[in-house]
Design a protein around this ligand. Structure first.
Ligand code: AMP
Length: 391
């Protein structure tokens, strides 16, 4: 695992309005970051291969090139005061190469740790925090040996590059193992992987922590409902015991301090039936499960991200009202648009993506409420999300 170097993390040079923030990646997360930054008076540049991508629509300039095009990253750095990113699979070496041109207040250790599930698990455990039991596995022999320790059911994941359940297989029996073996025999090979014990969780949750390199603040712990491995709904706050809430906040602060975090870190959690809080994975960026903060909190995850990388002070965010956030995937665009006029309580967010595709995140809706269960039932009863009904 990379050791944390002195030059990354820690004190962030304070940025003043008028400075330019360069964002690598121009999707909805970049767009919402850019909108927050604009309110604070920053200028925005974005690097994304799609002309007029969601972030470019609200930015000052776009560099239209692939994310890993080093010349394009250099140009973005030349035209920016600081660099940030909206996804974690950014080339950390490329960012290091241009750090003389623009600051990278988040550092690149955070990227290197979160890009690799083994580094990530080790970092989490080294900071006094529980994960599923795990073993790095690089061959079928190592997988057999790891299964002897971890036992079924287990989850085999690629070390890097996986998202929304891609690159992972649940192993419940020898028959599942044989299927993985057959895949390898057909030429799939054995990518560097990690075997995790299957966590029999009561529900999935997440917590956001923000930092400016020196001080750290946490957002409330929220409950997440996934369908087909994609986030469907977030309920804020999660109904948890004081102990669970306390552990979630404490582990978030431990990890933030470990990274000397600047900007936002999202922490995906499992809450077990016996009240333990187990970290699943980390995302070094604003997160879909934090979109509710835009309306429900005293300042939101995008504000916190921008303030953090700008070296501004951070105040502990307050939940002003409970909220339910539901994603609008491609198949939900038409049915939700047809109902917008009937639902003044819907805070509608449309990412203005040119192409509507099945399962593509196109927008989200947040409802502030005193009764989250009633609101969840009300949203489901519209029928807009019937394709995601649990079998
Ligand atoms: P990930 O790509 O690691 O976020 O995993 C996607 C989803 O798979 C999670 O949101 C969980 O629902 C499920 N999952 C992943 N790892 C585990 C695990 N070790 N135990 C149980 N469920 C898991």
């Amino acid at each position: 695992m990379p050791s944390l170097s002195e030059e990354t993390g820690g004190r962030v040079e304070r940025l003043m309005p008028g400075a330019t923030i360069g964002i690598i990646g121009g999707g909805q997360l970049g767009r919402m970051m850019a909108l927050s930054a604009r309110y604070m008076g920053f200028r925005i540049g974005v690097l994304d291969p799609t002309p007029d991508c969601p972030t470019a629509q609200v930015a000052d300039f776009q560099i239209t090139a692939e994310y890993d095009d080093i010349n394009a990253i250099r140009e973005l750095a030349e035209r920016s005061d600081v660099l940030t990113y909206e996804f974690e699979n950014v080339d950390a070496d490329a960012i290091d190469q241009v750090r003389a041109l623009a600051a990278a207040p988040q550092g690149t250790d955070l990227l290197r740790v979160t890009q690799d599930r083994v580094n990530e698990k080790r970092f989490i455990n080294d900071h006094g925090t529980e994960t599923a039991p795990w073993k790095a596995v690089n061959s079928f022999e190592e997988l057999d040996a790891a299964l002897d320790e971890i036992h079924y059911p287990a989850v085999l994941k690629t070390r890097s590059g996986g998202y929304d359940g891609h690159g992972q297989t649940v192993l419940r029996s020898d028959a599942d193992l044989e299927r993985v073996r057959a895949r390898g025999d057909r030429g799939g090979g054995f990518p560097p992987s990690i075997l995790e014990g299957f966590v029999d969780f009561a529900f999935e949750a997440s917590i956001l922590v923000a930092g400016n390199g020196e001080d750290y603040v946490t957002f409330p712990i929220v409950r997440n409902e996934h369908r087909n491995n994609i986030l469907h709904m977030t309920i804020a706050p999660a109904e948890v015991s004081d102990e669970v809430a306390h552990e979630a906040h404490a582990l978030a602060l431990r990890l933030a301090e470990g990274f000397r975090l600047a900007g936002i870190l999202a922490i995906e959690l499992f809450v077990t039936k016996d009240g333990r809080v187990v970290v699943n994975e980390l995302a070094p960026r604003p997160h879909n499960s934090g979109h509710y903060t835009i309306e429900a909190c005293s300042f939101d995850q995008f504000d916190a991200h921008i303030r953090g990388i700008a070296g501004w002070p951070l105040e502990q965010p307050q939940l002003l009202k409970p909220a339910v956030m539901v994603n609008v995937l491609g198949q939900h665009v038409a049915p939700t648009r047809a109902l917008i006029a009937d639902h003044p309580e819907w805070n509608v967010h449309d990412y203005c993506k040119a192409e509507v595709r099945h399962d593509r995140k196109m927008g989200h809706i947040t409802v502030l409420t005193d009764d989250t269960a009633e609101t969840v039932a009300g949203l489901e009863s519209t029928g807009c999300w019937n394709d995601l009904k649990k079998a």
